[in-house]
Design a protein around this ligand. Structure first.
Ligand SMILES: *[C@@H]1O[C@H](CO)[C@@H](O)[C@H](O)[C@H]1NC(C)=O
Ligand SMILES: *[C@@H]1O[C@H](CO)[C@@H](O)[C@H](O)[C@H]1NC(C)=O
Ligand SMILES: *[C@@H]1O[C@H](CO)[C@@H](O)[C@H](O)[C@H]1NC(C)=O
Ligand SMILES: *[C@@H]1O[C@H](CO)[C@@H](O)[C@H](O)[C@H]1NC(C)=O
Ligand SMILES: *[C@@H]1O[C@H](CO)[C@@H](O)[C@H](O)[C@H]1NC(C)=O
Ligand SMILES: *[C@@H]1O[C@H](CO)[C@@H](O)[C@H](O)[C@H]1NC(C)=O
Ligand SMILES: *[C@@H]1O[C@H](CO)[C@@H](O)[C@H](O)[C@H]1NC(C)=O
Length: 913
């Protein structure tokens, strides 16, 4: 889980830079009054011919124009020879890469004609996994070669070693590999080398090779699968190095001693995510000029050395994600240039030093997920006037400030999940007028919402105040936040009006009353964007209304556990984007309209606990995306439709407690989601809606092991068939043993006859079987003793006979799980079996049930914990390729290296997917 906080700050940086900077660094001026050489022009035209230029970037490259004035071309002002090609993907006005304008295709040999070309930049294009052309190694004048992030694949051509004038080589973020790098040793002029993400694990001599370049000043080997920093070497001659990025490899050893030979003018050092062990070495202190230090996400232990305060030039310090203990040294207050401080997800304890309040340049502070004690008070923030990002969640700190405190900062992001920021409503928040992300779930606020509350939050785009005890009337107000999560508080009143900005409204578990239709039928001037509406567990009443056509963007709708009545309106079928529909636990009756067929994206239907008194509609079996079907306790009758097995994505089938009759369909084996193990890339879009810094998760009550459990983030791991408490007859189909991924099976309280299928033991993932109160007979199949994960079993009240097979599992269940079977014998039942082959029944000592064993607790939907999993946090943002690229671009072009490792991690995590 540590990773999620790590991602928090990476995301934050992305967000910050994409939002704050206009990233237009890339205007290439053409020379105004040189005119180009015909031979060069022809070479360029034939280079253009090989390229795929669907965005018409090269439209200026035409025969009747001076080629020195073409886009991206630069000529020598004296000789008019073409010397530079700047063909990186252009940006649009927002500073995003304009992906319609990437180049691709073939890099033509005609480039060789440009004998004086010394600068070639093809970065951020899309060469579609072709190889880097080896002839580039023949371009003897080349000084600057940039092929960063352009989709190249394959081996790094050794011919590049011939480029003896090369100063700058950037092959980072492609899909490259190299078996050895010895050919590189002739790159004697190299100053900047970026091979990040290339697989170099076969080159064990990388360190020797890199340390022989006399002028090497920046080296980036992030994510290169390197295995060792050769801790045994006494000396590595990296004396001119100013920047060293080696994050995301797997060194698994201590930071070697040779680091102390690195130049004292080192500016940046990135060693994050390397499984480094040991402590933070004191040699770090030797780099007095260090501005960027990233040792995050390793296994470094011990204390943060107090002497860290000597690194006075540090601008970014990242030590988070290490099992470091002890306090934050108070010398931290000496780091007056510090802008980014990430100490999250460690085991730091003690009180937070007040000297933190001296960091007058601090922009971003994250001390989340530690075990600090005490409180944060005004002194901790005295000079933090530049603070924009404050992350202190999952740290048991009290926020102890005066009610009239006016903080020196204007935050844009604050997250205090699980801190004690209450019990009073934090009034200082009202002074914060730039907030975009207000994340205060589970923060112990137990107070009335102040009078300014609703006006104030309407300017904040993401608000999460869930799981507090905030009281307040929902006035007749226009809600305006994009994401608004007020779940599990004490808000009361009628549903408010929504502005066209609102995408997520979660007011579940409050005391909202009144009619739903007034809300749904509100007039809105603009087309609304509402995607998630969860008002479950309130006191809404009336019918479901007919105004659904106004809400066509809805993807997740939960109206469960209210007092809604009437029929499901036909117009609900106009919600064609709907992925989940939850109407459970109301008083809805009548037909389930066939118009819902049109909602073909539905992955979750939960309409249980109503009064339908109908047969299960056949069209449901055509819903091919359905993952969850819960029709529990709603008076359904008739047979289970045979075609139900056509729903191949079904993982949760809960038809319990109805009046269904007839047999269990034997086609079960067609339900492939219960048969196939999860493969990578499986999507559960219908179970979650992700946004920046969070997600909305579907939740569901299930009865996996005899009692109700609420499933939320772990819903996607559940596979259950619950047909209990119906009037089903016939036998248990033998096909059931094909459902090898099934975890919970409940067929209890029916009229099933016959025996348990012989090979049920194949269902290795089964954690629970309930077959109680049926008419089943015969032996308990010996294969059941193979069900090693089984921790709930109920076979009581059937006609089973003979001996209970012996296994650690089967004997561990309580006697009551077997009673009511007069002919059953053997341990754990008191009844001895007739001795066979000399063995009578001796009670073993295992007598204890293991129903809540650790093996299953992972799957149980309880506790609050992290509602947001790793990818949940990442939200849509992580996948916004444009932002990611914009950021890389920023970093690259401004030579603002010092955020590089942090961000490279993002990309690299993406590639690990
Ligand atoms: C370029 O053109 C400008 C006027 O447009 C002129 O002043 C300048 O001398 C020219 N330079 C060369 C190198 O021809
Ligand atoms: C990339 O390759 C795929 C298949 O090889 C092809 O369909 C696609 O059009 C190519 N894209 C570009 C931009 O060349
Ligand atoms: C380290 O490298 C520099 C530059 O290449 C060279 O001048 C110096 O002699 C080397 N030192 C050692 C001890 O090898
Ligand atoms: C911090 O944790 C360490 C190691 O768990 C422990 O020895 C030390 O007493 C703790 N310090 C405080 C102030 O709680
Ligand atoms: C509503 O939100 C938008 C941005 O999403 C903001 O510009 C506007 O000021 C807000 N309106 C009110 C009344 O707060
Ligand atoms: C239990 O499983 C093993 C291997 O999976 C198999 O060889 C054995 O026959 C099974 N036992 C029973 C009783 O089915
Ligand atoms: C049953 O247990 C008793 C004493 O606990 C022992 O004497 C006897 O041999 C056992 N019988 C079998 C068949 O294991």
């Amino acid at each position: 889980m540590g990773a999620s906080f790590e991602t928090h700050h990476m995301l934050f940086l992305l967000w910050f830079f994409a939002a704050t900077f206009s990233l237009n660094f890339f205007k290439v001026e053409s020379n105004s009054n040189v005119s180009c050489i015909e031979k060069d022009k022809q070479a360029l035209l034939s280079f253009k011919q090989g390229l795929v230029d669907s965005g018409n970037v090269l439209s200026s490259w035409s025969d009747h124009e001076d080629c020195c004035r073409w886009h991206g071309v630069r000529c020598d002002s004296n000789t008019s020879q073409v010397t530079e090609l700047h063909l990186s993907c252009p940006m649009d006005g927002d500073g995003d890469f304009n992906y319609k304008k990437t180049l691709g295709g073939v890099i033509s040999h005609s480039l060789l004609e440009l004998e004086h070309l010394n600068y070639l930049d093809l970065s951020w294009n899309e060469f579609n996994c072709t190889g880097i052309p080896s002839f580039l190694g023949s371009m003897g004048s080349m000084r600057h070669l940039d092929l960063h992030d352009s989709g190249f694949c394959g081996v790094i051509p050794y011919q590049l070693g011939n480029l003896s004038s090369l100063h700058y080589l950037n092959l980072g973020h492609n899909f490259l590999h190299a078996d050895n790098l010895h050919w590189m040793s002739s790159l004697s002029a190299i100053q900047y080398l970026d091979l990040s993400s290339a697989d170099l694990h076969r080159e064990v001599d990388w360190l020797q090779i890199m340390s022989k370049f006399p002028s090497l000043s920046e080296l980036d080997l992030n994510g290169c699968q390197l295995d060792s920093l050769n801790p045994s070497l006494g000396f590595v001659n990296f004396t001119s190095l100013r920047v060293l990025f080696l994050s995301g490899n797997h060194f698994n050893h201590e930071i070697p001693n040779w680091f102390s030979n690195l130049s004292t003018s080192l500016l940046g050092l990135g060693l994050a995510e390397n499984s480094l062990i040991g402590g933070i070495p004191s040699s770090i202190l030797h780099f007095q000029k260090l501005e960027y230090l990233d040792l995050g996400e390793n296994s470094l232990r011990g204390k943060i050395p107090d002497s860290l305060g000597q690194l006075k030039h540090l601008k970014s310090l990242s030590l988070g994600g290490n099992p470091l203990s002890g306090p934050i040294p108070s010398s931290i207050g000496n780091l007056s240039e510090l802008q980014f401080l990430f100490l999250d997800s460690s085991k730091l304890n003690g009180t937070v030093p007040k000297s933190l309040g001296l960091l007058s340049n601090l922009f971003s502070l994250s001390i989340a997920m530690n075990t600090f004690t005490g409180s944060l008070d005004e002194a901790h923030f005295t000079k933090l006037s530049k603070l924009k990002y404050l992350e202190i969640s999952y740290t048991p700190l009290f926020f102890n400030v005066n009610s009239n405190w006016v903080p020196p900062f204007q935050l844009e992001y604050v997250s205090t999940s699980s801190c004690n920021i209450g019990p009073n409503f934090p009034t200082w928040l009202h002074t914060q007028t730039s907030l975009q992300f207000l994340l205060l779930p589970l923060s112990g606020i137990s107070d009335k919402a102040p009078s300014w509350f609703w006006d104030w939050i309407s300017n904040i785009s993401t608000v999460d105040l869930s799981n507090n005890h905030i009281e307040g009337d929902v006035p007749d107000i226009l809600l305006n936040s994009t994401i608004l999560n007020l779940r599990s508080n004490h808000f009361k009143g009628r549903l408010p009006r929504l502005s066209a900005n609102v995408e997520v409204l979660d007011m579940a578990n409050n005391s909202i009353f009144g009619s739903l239709s007034t809300f749904l039928c509100q007039k809105m001037n603009k087309k609304n964007k509402l995607k998630v509406l969860d008002v479950s567990n309130n006191f809404l009443c009336g019918e479901l209304s007919n105004c659904w056509r106004y809400w066509q963007s809805l993807m997740h709708l939960n109206l469960g556990s209210n007092n809604l009545s009437g029929r499901i309106p036909y117009s609900l079928g106009s919600l064609v984007e709907l992925e989940s529909l939850s109407l459970q636990n109301n008083s809805i009756y009548g037909d389930i309209p066939s118009s819902l067929k049109r909602c073909s994206k539905l992955g979750l239907i939960n309409i249980g606990d109503n009064h339908f008194l109908r047969t299960i509609p056949l069209w449901i079996t055509k819903m091919t995306k359905l993952i969850v079907l819960r029709l529990r306790s709603s008076g359904f009758k008739g047979n289970i439709p045979l075609n139900i097995c056509q729903i191949s994505s079904l993982r949760i089938l809960d038809l319990a407690n109805n009046s269904l009759s007839g047999p269990i369909p034997s086609c079960l084996k067609n339900m492939s989601a219960m048969v196939m193990p999860d493969y990578q890339g499986i999507y559960f879009d219908s179970l979650e809606y992700m946004f920046d810094y969070g997600s909305y998760l579907e939740n569901l009550m299930l009865v996996p092991k005899g009692h109700e459990l609420q499933y939320e983030d772990n819903l996607k791991y559940v596979r259950i068939i619950d047909l209990s408490s119906n009037n089903l007859s016939g036998s248990i189909p033998v096909e059931i043993s094909v459902l090898s991924e099934l975890r919970f099976l409940n067929l209890s309280r029916n009229y099933l006859m016959g025996s348990i299928p012989e090979n049920i033991g194949i269902l290795q993932k089964l954690e629970s079987i309930d077959l109680s109160w049926n008419l089943l007979s015969g032996e308990i199949p010996p294969s059941m003793s193979n069900l090693t994960f089984l921790n709930y079993l109920d076979l009581s009240y059937n006609n089973f006979s003979s001996r209970i097979p012996s296994s650690t599992q089967l004997q561990s269940f309580d006697v009551v799980r077997y009673i009511g079977n007069p002919q059953l014998c053997g341990d754990p039942l008191p009844k001895c079996c007739t001795p066979r082959i000399g063995k009578s029944c001796n009670r073993t000592s295992i007598g204890k049930t293991k129903e809540d064993s650790a093996s299953s607790s992972f799957y149980m939907g309880m506790g609050v914990g992290f509602a947001i999993g790793f990818w949940g946090v990442c939200g849509g943002l992580f996948f916004k390729r444009t932002w990611r690229h914009a950021y890389f671009k920023f970093v690259n072009d401004t030579k603002n290296w010092f955020y590089v490792t942090t961000i490279l991690k993002v990309k690299w995590l993406l590639e690990k997917r």
